[in-house]
Design a protein around this ligand. Structure first.
Ligand SMILES: [Zn+2]
Length: 120
């Protein structure tokens, strides 16, 4: 939070990039955001959440892309199967576990430099 003090202006929007393997509901994140930003410079800023799809790479056959998904009506989400959809070998996870701030939107301070106007 200390670093926010150096930000010129007020942060009005935060973009959070969230891998689809993060089992965090957007609703829960929104609630948590509201709580942790209360009485901080981020109070009243809004949180946008951008999902990042799961992708994998197979070292056996070179496949790279989306894994097969195991979805079941009793789950609230589809679970990626971490084996190659082409050859069945184990795969490395490339994306899907991210959780980071992608972008901050800053509003200039109201008492910032006033644009000079030419006198007639
Ligand atoms: Zn493969």
């Amino acid at each position: 939070m200390e670093r926010l003090d150096n930000t010129p202006g007020r942060i009005v929007r935060v973009l959070l990039c969230k891998g689809e393997l993060r089992v965090l509901s957007d609703h829960a994140l929104q609630n948590a955001y509201e709580v942790v930003t209360r009485d901080t410079p981020l109070q009243d800023s809004s949180l946008d959440i951008e999902p990042i799809a799961v992708t994998v790479r197979c070292n056996a056959c070179g496949f790279q892309g989306s894994p097969e998904l195991l979805s079941d009506p009793s789950f609230h989400f589809a679970i990626p199967i971490l084996s190659c959809p082409r050859c069945g070998a184990e795969v490395d996870l490339l994306t899907g576990r991210e959780l980071y701030i992608g972008r901050l939107t800053v509003e200039p301070p109201p008492d910032g430099p006033v644009s000079a106007e030419a006198e007639p």
